[in-house]
Design a protein around this ligand. Sequence first.
Ligand code: ADP
Length: 604
Amino acid sequence: MSGKPDMDLLPTPPMGERYNGVPERLSKEAAAVRTRLYGNRTLPKSKPRSRPARLPPGVSEDVFAASIEELRRSIGTENVVVNDQPLQDGWYLESPNTHDAFHVIEQEELVCSAVVYPGSTEEVQIVVKWANKHLMPIYPISIGRNVGYGGAAPRIPGGVVIDLGQRMHSVVNLDGENASCIVEPGVTYFALYEEIQKRGLPLWIHCPDLGGGSVLGNAIDRGVGYTPAGDHFANHCGMEIVLPNGELLRTGMGALPGKDGRDNSTWQSFQNAYGPKIDGIFSQSNFGIVTKMGFWLLHDMPHQSYCITFERDKDFAQIVDTIKPLAQKGILGNIPQLRHIIQELNVTGQRKSTFHTGSGPMTREKIRQAAKGLPLGDCSWIFYGTQYGDSASIERQLDIIKKAFSSIPGNRFWLPKDVPEDHYLHSRVQVCSGVPILRELDWLNWLPNAAHLFFSPIAPTRGKDAQAIHEIVTAGHKKYGFDLFPTLCIAGREIHYIANVIFDRADAEQKKRAVALLRELIHDCAKEGFGQYRTHLLFQDQVARTYSWNDQALLRVNESIKDALDPNGILAPGRCGIWPKRFRGKGWELGVEDVDMKAIAPKL
Ligand code: ADP
């Protein structure tokens, strides 16, 4: 939260001090990452606010002040903080809960009016009832490190952020026998991992590339990890939810009262209740505030990470077509990644200027030259995989995989022992066996004041479709002058094609180009039938409306559910493109033409 002492002068809080702090084993690395990132910052760490603090739309200063006082009386003065201090972007592990640290528009645009810290499910209910009484737009976050997708920002400037993690961060249950857990919103991957180690349980979590996010928050935003159980939402089991009217709901077997008033003993064993399975409507939505969530964990097992390099860019489609049957037959142990060689450059943590001094994106030739000095050498695509099982089965799987790729000229197989200790392959070993780390922050050194947006379309796992997306994305990056950093997460039937658009937060013109690029790519991909799996807050209207089959049937159903559950339209209006009746059609929706983002909030 801004307004605190100068964060730069204090060490990053350790986990023992702060629920979302850095684990001891990573403290040195975190300090080094922070030094590198701050060393590449030309922006001041904060600047005075240029205008009065934002208020929720249609709420006068007096009414706002009185309602804040009322909430303070209910949940404690210290738990309701007005956001009137200079904004600080910080860095990943000291990220703000007041705004989007990776602002792609002006920093002061997407900001909250206040941050509220409930300490229990009951207090969340109190906040929700308060919001209904005063028609306050409230935006729940768990940790708020949803970097690349909007961070902690509310969609409506002046909305009230509910920071659930700060006071609700218990591992409520960790059941070694059932290999499952229940967590509150503020439990990070780091924290869950450390708790499992502390108790000596031979279990794995399923962390994404960075370990500081919320286990619960990531799952309901449908993020992914890289163990064999990396689909976070698919591996959840039971939720507790405060509905927009303040009522409490449990899904799955939790809906059936347990014996003698206890939680149902099969809550984390069976995902369904009786009747429609409604858990899904609480993911990527604004239909409820999740206060507890159950997850299945995996048993520790032997694993082997490796990578295969390919020489020629033009073999891309063939590589994808080779992965497909391996994935469908279950020979590939997890969701592997296919990355372009330029990713090898930026994951070294070095600045772009080390490799390239001119303006504009690096040419293929420049990338080639720079790659020659790196451990994997001058290649094009790199396949990062991990196999699981006993050593005999891993060996057998690797034989099949090597044979499948053998028809692609110039392929080379690498084990971790073949590359230096600081090579990215060693980071894959950790992430793919459930050890949360920070490595993926390294590519943020690419530009000064670097931030990024994710462009993340889904394609069928088919060479020609992957090629089609890749061509659209390549042309867009060229047109708008950005380096293209593609990572493909390839399953048997679909690919998450993830492009990191890295931009300089200090450069307004570059930010505008990044927005224009995203708008155009979303539009052009949708025309070819490729939709986004997830997107930044400011592109959610546009993306939701690309799923337009039968005159926006999907959006209309979502809006009907929204109006039924949230008639006052208080809960996260606009999140995932779903606007409640109170705001709908009144100029809030942003579309393909909103490149300058001047109208993120209409004049009321
Ligand atoms: P992380 O830090 O893991 O990336 P966030 O806390 O930023 O996760 O959450 C991602 C998004 O999911 C938020 O922007 C918010 O819209 C939504 N969200 C997070 N936690 C909750 C929750 N407990 N209930 C409802 N929505 C939530």
